[in-house]
Design a binder for this molecule. Structure first.
Ligand code: V1D
Ligand code: CA
Length: 509
């Protein structure tokens, strides 16, 4: 048995490289714009906001051609119609999906306290939506198909893996009653109208982050194929400040956890707002590829243009898909599917984190897209089909009855259950009137994304991807200690990376 000192993983990839067809087409398109940098790494007065430890010790090898089953594009028109998977030409798409996809083992993280936190009167972010979603999930009986787990709460030390000690210390100490003591800190750490200091703020952050870290650990230990944390997805939180209703970047913490055992992690963001916090933290590494689909142009947070593609070793490992308002199911799939297929072909991630912000749904209080629940869930379905270990997190979503509908529908999809469109009776039944149904319909709003605009975006994104000449591989990589290792463990203990806990349940109970 191989025993090594300090957790070290061996990665190798000796398969033969060949150009995926989509990317071949893209190579013919013109060159990309220069990347815009969130920080200047050459400026000693501006410490990088990206992850500090060395992610880049690698041995580059040629990648394989299309290692995942190619997924049929544009399934949105009718998600239940027969598919044309060349491997299973005579099967319906539902049957075809079942052939390469054995039933997934799905973990689901939920803390009953999460719905009790309150951002304050008039604030659109409502943690209560997680309680409503959980209750709907229970009333559909989906808990029987899920491994339901209460997350361990993330500690300040864990948060400090991506945030500055000073910022974490502030989050843990500030309360609405002690605000006066922290006047100078309020602008420094960007707390205020968007990110208010509310009662129990640090506990709320611990629950959200604990769920996403736990989800990553469930994949790392091989216990689950998919792990869900609808209380996570807080993609705007920055290394040293809060932003856009987000304080602790649970997604980056989950990605850091995945990087202990995974060579390449893909982050996909379908929230209507740009996933700027996650992008910024991994902007200079090729070990994480970030892909964000978002409204761009006179819209929060104002970042995420097509030419923002990463920097240094991370150049070409950030992908931005700027969209106009009113995008519908079919149009969204027409850009999402080829982009993700090309990313999978080129980058070949060994784990994926999918942020499912529900403010991209039609009729969202802050959003401006026109996706139905099916159009939103099509992204989840498309990503799931690659059978790569998958963390699912929540995010934005401000018409809370629709957030519950979409996340419940997606939970059903992830466990392979078709849900009755008639809602079961549940504790929040009144919220769902007058129809009391599961669907989130799209509206007749105008789609600002013309075919010509989307084609331009699609070609440029594929062109940028074609510049990732290969999927980076790592031969030997020091990984940070597991979050769940106790402080009193001997640093010099001999650790066998193949002896990861088979059953992580003990970590959570
Ligand atoms: F409408 C409000 C009422 C009270 C407090 C805040 C808002 C509000 C609405 N939209 N704040 C916003 C956005 N902030 C601004 C600010 C104006 N300043 C100069 C900035 O436009 C923030 C929107 C945040 C969206 C968060 C998110 O949905 O992406 C999310 N995802 O995961 C968690 C949150
Ligand atoms: Ca959002």
């Amino acid at each position: 048995m191989l025993h090594i000192r300090r957790r070290t993983l061996e990665y190798s990839d000796r398969r033969i490289h060949s150009l995926p067809p989509l990317a071949q087409a893209a190579v013919a398109v013109g060159s990309s714009k220069a990347a815009k940098s969130p920080t200047d790494p050459t400026d000693p007065t501006d410490p990088p906001s990206s992850i500090p430890f060395d992610l880049d010790q690698r041995d580059l090898k040629a990648p394989a051609f299309a290692p995942y089953p190619r997924v049929q594009h544009s399934e949105v028109a009718n998600l239940e119609t027969p598919g044309d998977n060349p491997l299973t030409p005579n099967l319906t798409s539902a049957e075809a999906n079942m052939v390469p996809n054995p039933k997934s083992r799905v973990s689901y993280f939920y803390d009953t306290d999460v719905g009790n936190y309150h951002y304050g009167p008039g604030h659109p972010m409502k943690p209560h939506r997680m309680r409503m979603t959980h209750n709907l999930i229970l009333n559909y009986g989906l808990d029987k198909k899920l491994d339901v787990l209460k997350p361990r709460r993330a500690t300040a030390k864990e948060m400090a893996r991506i945030h500055t000690d000073e910022y974490v210390d502030f989050l843990w100490r500030v309360t609405p009653d002690t605000m006066d003591k922290f006047v100078a800190h309020q602008s420094k750490f960007n707390v205020g109208e968007d990110c208010p200091v509310f009662e129990g703020l640090s506990e709320f952050c611990s629950i959200s982050a604990g769920g996403s870290i736990g989800a990553a650990q469930k994949l790392n230990c091989g216990d689950s194929d998919i792990a869900i944390n609808w209380s996570g997805g807080l993609h705007h939180a920055k290394k040293r400040e809060a932003s856009g209703f987000c304080y602790v970047n649970d997604i980056a913490l989950a990605i850091m956890e995945l990087l202990k055992y995974h060579q390449r992690v893909l982050y996909i963001d379908i929230d209507v707002h740009h996933g700027d916090g996650v992008e910024e933290l991994f902007y200079t590494t090729d070990r994480v590829m970030t892909v964000s689909f978002h409204k761009y142009g006179d819209y929060f947070p104002g970042t995420g243009e097509l030419g923002d593609i990463g920097q240094g070793k991370g150049k070409h490992y950030a992908v931005n898909v700027p969209l106009r308002q009113g995008i519908d199911d079919e149009t969204y799939a027409s850009i999402f599917e080829p982009t993700i297929q090309a990313v999978m072909d080129w980058y070949r991630p060994t784990a994926i984190v999918l942020q499912c912000g529900a403010d991209s749904l039609s009729g969202d209080r802050l959003g401006c897209f026109n996706l139905s629940h099916k159009g939103h869930a099509n992204c989840v379905k498309f990503v799931k089909k690659f059978n790569v270990p998958l963390v699912i997190v929540g995010g934005g979503g401000y018409t809370i009855r629709n957030v519950c509908r979409a996340w419940t529908y997606e939970t059903g999809l992830l466990v392979g259950e078709q849900l009755d469109p008639e809602l079961p009776y549940n504790d929040y039944f009144d919220y769902f009137g007058p129809d009391y149904r599961l669907e989130v319909p799209s509206s007749n709003m105008e789609n600002g994304n013309t075919p010509a605009y989307l084609e331009k975006i699609r070609l440029q994104v594929l062109q940028n991807l074609s510049n990732t000449k290969f999927a980076p591989s790592v031969q030997m990589q020091d990984v940070p200690p597991d979050f769940f290792s106790r402080d009193d463990e001997d640093e010099d203990d001999i650790i066998n990376p193949d002896s990861r806990p088979r059953d992580c349940r003990e970590l959570w109970e």
